[in-house]
Design a protein around this ligand. Structure first.
Ligand code: ZN
Length: 296
């Protein structure tokens, strides 16, 4: 699927341009309830946002065919991950340590770990340094991931033959919201985990205070780019703690913990980070959702 020429990216482009590039739309059914959702908004680029009337899961419908989106968004725009993206900065190290500590506590130790959508490979390196046997998949494997020396598979999870390999943990870090069908992804990874294996999923939290405020502003017409916080060009599914837990449970997992961690930002004063933590992490209102589950 090599694009002969690279057109201008669609991120931030006006609706007319987006609709010229992505002409088709097809309906999507709720993967949990298998019913048609109800549309509640159309964003500033013309993408339709819908909600399942039974379970509340939000997703794009009707949406451009997945293959077309993949071609436009991933092959042409995500392709050039620089070396910097694979760099293990102190902020990333702190974030990864927090995730790995929790996975280890649930697993009762270390073992093999599959990073689905391993990107530039920073997490693979952090996990290996802690004593995990790290492995990864990605649609297109980056140079950074290859340089880690971890076992890697290119392609979509559903289509990869792991040759009977089983893992003690799996990680979907900001991956699930981009997939064609998140339930299919979770069900596939359930088959790949050993009994007692740990699933870790991180997604944007649409129930966070910030996203809720932006949704109200969009509804009332107070935002210039309405619903931009849904990032519909590349995010197809929009989760809350309740809807993500439902999907994970349907795939055969038991949810053990969820939290809304504040990203560690270099350059932000420590007192401000502490204040945000107190205000948003305590009541679990921040805009990132991290969920941990176990395969029984
Ligand atoms: Zn539903």
């Amino acid at each position: 699927m090599n694009a002969p020429e690279k057109p201008a990216p669609l991120f931030g482009r006006p609706r007319a341009e987006v609709e010229q590039a992505l002409t088709e739309r097809e309906p999507v059914r709720c993967p949990l309830c298998e019913i048609e959702p109800v549309r509640f908004a159309t964003d500033h680029q013309g993408f339709h946002l819908a909600r399942c009337p039974r379970c509340g899961l939000e997703f794009q419908s009707p949406r451009p065919p997945f293959a077309k989106l993949a071609e436009w968004v991933y092959e042409r725009e995500y392709g050039d991950l620089g070396e910097a993206a694979g760099e293990l900065t102190p902020a990333k190290q702190a974030q990864f340590s927090r995730q790995l500590e929790r996975i280890e506590a649930l697993r009762g130790g270390r073992g093999s770990l599959l990073d689905v959508g391993c990107g530039a490979g920073a997490f693979l390196r952090a996990a290996a340094a802690r004593g995990w046997q790290a492995a990864g998949t990605d649609i297109v494997l980056s140079e950074g991931a290859r340089a880690t020396g971890a076992r890697l598979w290119p392609g979509r999870l559903a289509e990869i033959d792991f040759g009977g390999a089983r893992f003690d943990a799996a990680r979907f870090h900001h991956v699930l919201e981009h997939t064609e069908n998140p339930l299919a992804e979770l069900t596939r990874v359930r088959q790949l985990l050993a009994p007692g294996g740990v699933l870790y999923v991180s997604v944007p939290n649409l129930a966070g205070v910030g996203p809720r405020l932006k949704s109200w502003q969009s509804r009332l017409g107070l935002k210039r780019n309405r619903w931009r916080h849904y990032a519909a060009l590349h995010h197809l599914w929009y989760f809350t703690p309740a809807t993500l837990a439902r999907l994970v449970e349907r795939a055969g997992f038991e949810v053990r913990h969820w939290e809304t961690p504040m990203p560690v930002r270099t350059g932000r004063p420590a007192w401000l980070t502490a204040l945000y933590r107190r205000l948003l992490e305590g009541p679990r209102w921040a805009s990132i959702l991290d969920l941990y589950a176990v395969a029984p």
